[in-house]
Design a binder for this molecule. Structure first.
Ligand code: AMP
Ligand code: MG
Length: 346
């Protein structure tokens, strides 16, 4: 299959180009498109056959459900049985934006979209291109991240093409994703709201609205997590990642030691440092992820840098841990999972 590459002006998307992509969605095809979190791989959420194509293109396990994207609140009522009271204050404050809410699903949502669950994940993206695509398609769009299953999520159209060229009908290029990590997935179906996946809306922001919020500890490899996606290997480049946590000077010392050790064994080592520590390390394969006091500068780069290390051909990536506050919680969640739990306390 030939993958159509559609470049749009992200500030002022050309409506005729969006309509070409919308036609593909209406006919049951697959279109990758930009959102403020990462690039999504979209299909008509109400068309089971179309949704199933997403799983095939990504090589995604069938039990890992898709997030359904809407552009108008009216579309929510078609997808869910009821909207709990708690959801309204969140929707008012955070939609459109990087917050996905879990609801009991309506009859209209096919099992193929929800991986057989009785619940459906819904989000309203805050990106002109995404919103226009949903509007012009006239249907809610199911879309997981537009990467091959297990790889880092794509945050630009080139990274989508690296994984999906020849596997999907089209990709809309609308520039770089702002957050660079996926949406926060919040389960409202129980008494206490639970963050199933930390993401673009922080725990602190949610607690301002909801009071106490729990975070599901999905890192430790539980058998049946509430969010099925959490049990799979994810976000991983070809290189093995080691995540080094602890006080900054100790992290630096440990990373230098490990780098020497791996190099002595003949491995090519990449170091994922931060702006504050970049100068402590020597060699060609040292990259600053961003400012450790401004985690958005790190989240927005993280996945594209993991792919860059692959292109550089490194065997091992030594990554510095950052504080798990604000967006730092999502960044550390992705790094922990990308490392497959190779976490070293310095
Ligand atoms: P992706 O968009 O590729 O990051 O994948 C969607 C994420 O949302 C995965 O982690 C899914 O497990 C999660 N998700 C989607 N639908 C549900 C649902 N109904 N209940 C719990 N988690 C969900
Ligand atoms: Mg994903």
């Amino acid at each position: 299959m030939e993958t159509l590459y559609i470049k749009v002006d992200e500030k002022n998307p050309e409506i005729d180009k969006i309509r070409i992509a919308a036609e593909i969605i209406k006919k049951g095809g697959l279109v990758a498109f930009p959102t403020e979190t990462v690039y999504g791989l979209g299909a008509n959420a109400l068309d089971e056959k179309a949704a199933i194509k997403i799983f095939e293109a990504k090589k995604r396990p069938q039990d890992n459900p898709l997030i359904v994207h809407i552009q108008d609140i009216k579309e929510l009522y078609l997808l869910v049985k009821e909207v709990p009271q708690k959801a309204y204050s969140l929707i008012e404050k955070f939609w459109p934006g990087p917050l996905t809410l879990i609801f009991e699903k309506s009859e209209r949502v096919p099992n193929g979209t929800t991986g057989g669950l009785d619940t459906v994940a819904v989000r309203m993206p805050d990106h002109r291109v995404a919103r226009l695509l949903i509007r012009e398609s006239g249907v809610p769009i199911a879309a997981p991240s537009a990467n091959l299953s297990g790889k880092p999520s794509p945050t630009n159209a080139q990274d989508v093409m690296e994984d999906m060229k020849g596997r999907i009908d089209a990709v809309i290029d609308g520039g770089d994703s702002k957050f660079g990590v996926e949406s926060t997935v919040l389960d409202l179906t129980g008494d206490i709201p639970i963050i199933l996946r930390p993401g673009g809306i922080t725990k602190e922001e949610l607690e301002e609205v909801l009071g106490r919020v729990q975070v599901e500890d999905a890192i430790s490899g539980i058998e049946k997590p509430k969010s099925p996606g959490m049990k799979y290997r994810h976000y991983s480049p070809k290189a093995e990642i080691y995540l080094i946590v602890g006080e900054i000077p100790l992290q630096i010392k440990k990373i230098k030691e490990l780098a020497k050790e791996f190099e002595r064994k003949g491995f090519k080592v990449g170091i994922l440092a931060t702006a504050q520590t970049r100068k402590e390390y020597f060699g060609e394969n040292v990259i600053s992820a961003g400012d450790r006091d401004a985690p958005l500068t790190i989240s927005s780069n993280l996945f594209s840098l993991l792919r860059k290390f692959d292109r550089m051909g490194v065997d091992v990536i030594l990554a510095e841990g950052i504080p798990e506050t604000g967006l730092g919680l999502a960044v550390m969640n992705r790094l922990k999972r990308a490392s497959g739990n190779r976490i070293i306390k310095a």
